[in-house]
Ligand binder design. Structure first.
Ligand SMILES: Cc1cc2nc3c(=O)[nH]c(=O)nc-3n(C[C@H](O)[C@H](O)[C@H](O)COP(=O)(O)O)c2cc1C
Length: 363
């Protein structure tokens, strides 16, 4: 079994990550109002690249102005974003890491108060996240435009020198809303069983692959289970096979806690990572994320079949987390962290304030 400190080579492109530690996408509220990157956001990410991560992923970044879900969210919908993206990509490369931009659209989680538009989704759905009203079902023409916008965004990332994109199909945002049987009740080609509900995602993959350079990585992040949108494990496993057949470069499963079993099959002893590696293990590289704090946690998840592991909260508290992967005893301090410690780890006051909304994270 490989150690998390060992390199990983992406089979299709031959691109090598110096280790198996991925900085997971993290929204941090530090972008400017027009979606351009701030100095604070570039610094926070470059500190993680310098801190040894093999792969550094940006925060979720919206592909159209209407897809913005939070204030301070990074954007990739216009050419004015390219200079900031270029600076970030150059910096990440300078530290010997691979750069990924996580591209997304909030769908029904993109509030009208930010976008000036009624939220859209696969179907007309009641809004959540504290919003009132309903989403509007997107038309076929709008779906085609959205697919093109994902392509435009990926081309901008490639022009800026990014090594690839992660398509954000997890956590209940637009791609996930198409995948879920509760939020996608369409009776046209975009709805139905999982092979039809995944058509939107597959067309985005096709679009990105046809327009980005050959060596550009295209991966997908999914939620194995997501009750609110109606994503069930069995469908997600079928989806994993569909995505492997489509030739994606990695499948990133967002488990929230890698020790969790399926909530639908609680009697089955397998962790979520094991379910996926049993189904598609050899046909597509798997990244798994959730509650990994120590080298031993990371090694355990690789033992369950992940090719790489991704961390979020541990990397907020410890910018150099990844450089400790050769130390099998490494088990760094866990939350709560003092705000002065977080600032010493490259977070701005804005980011520290945001982390106060993550229960028990800031002292
Ligand atoms: C502050 C913060 C922001 C996050 N933003 C995103 C995001 O933009 N996109 C995403 O896919 N996941 C996001 N996540 C989820 C993480 O990528 C990760 O899957 C989750 O935190 C579990 O990993 P951890 O236990 O290592 O923190 C975020 C998590 C945190 C803590």
């Amino acid at each position: 079994m490989p150690s998390p400190a060992e390199p990983f080579v992406f089979p299709r492109t031959g691109m090598e990550s110096k280790n198996r530690a991925v900085l997971a996408a993290m929204t941090n509220k530090q972008s400017n109002d027009d979606g351009t990157l701030s100095e604070d956001e570039v610094n926070w990410l470059l500190m993680r690249a310098q801190g040894g991560f093999g792969i550094v992923t940006t925060a979720a970044t919206h592909v159209t102005p209407g897809g913005k879900s939070w204030k301070g969210e990074m954007g990739v919908w216009g050419d004015h974003h390219i200079p900031g993206l270029t600076k970030l990509a150059d910096g990440i490369r300078g530290h010997g890491a691979i750069s990924l931009a996580q591209i997304f659209h909030g769908g029904m989680s993109a509030p009208e108060s930010l976008t000036g538009q009624q939220p859209i989704s696969a179907s007309q759905n009641p809004l959540s996240d504290g919003m009132e009203g309903e989403s509007r079902e997107v038309t076929n023409d709008e779906i085609e435009d959205l697919i093109s916008s994902f392509g435009d965004a990926a081309v901008r990332c490639a022009e800026a020198g990014f090594d690839g994109v992660e398509l954000h199909g997890a956590h209940g945002y637009l791609i996930c809303q198409f995948l879920g049987e509760a939020t996608n009740r369409r009776d046209d080609e975009w709805g139905g069983d999982i092979s039809s509900r995944s058509r939107f995602l597959l067309r985005i993959i096709e679009q990105v692959r046809s327009r980005a350079p050959e060596g550009f990585l295209v991966g997908v992040r999914i939620s194995p289970e997501h009750r609110r949108v109606g994503v069930r494990l069995e469908d997600s496993l079928d989806l994993a096979e569909i995505l492997a057949d489509a030739g994606i470069d990695f499948l990133h499963i967002s488990c929230w806690d890698c020790s969790w079993r399926s909530s639908e099959f609680p009697e089955d002893p397998r962790t979520l990572t094991e379910w996926f590696s049993d189904r598609v293990g050899d046909s597509v590289p798997i990244i798994s994320a959730g509650a990994i704090w120590s080298t031993s946690d990371a090694q355990g998840v690789i033992g369950h079949g992940a090719d790489m592991i991704a961390v979020a909260r541990a990397a907020i508290g410890h910018h150099d987390w990844a450089s400790n992967m050769a130390d099998t005893e490494y088990d760094p301090q866990r939350p709560p962290f003092s705000s002065s410690h977080l600032i010493s780890q490259g977070l701005s006051e804005t980011f520290v304030d945001y982390m106060r909304s993550w229960k028990g994270f800031v002292e």
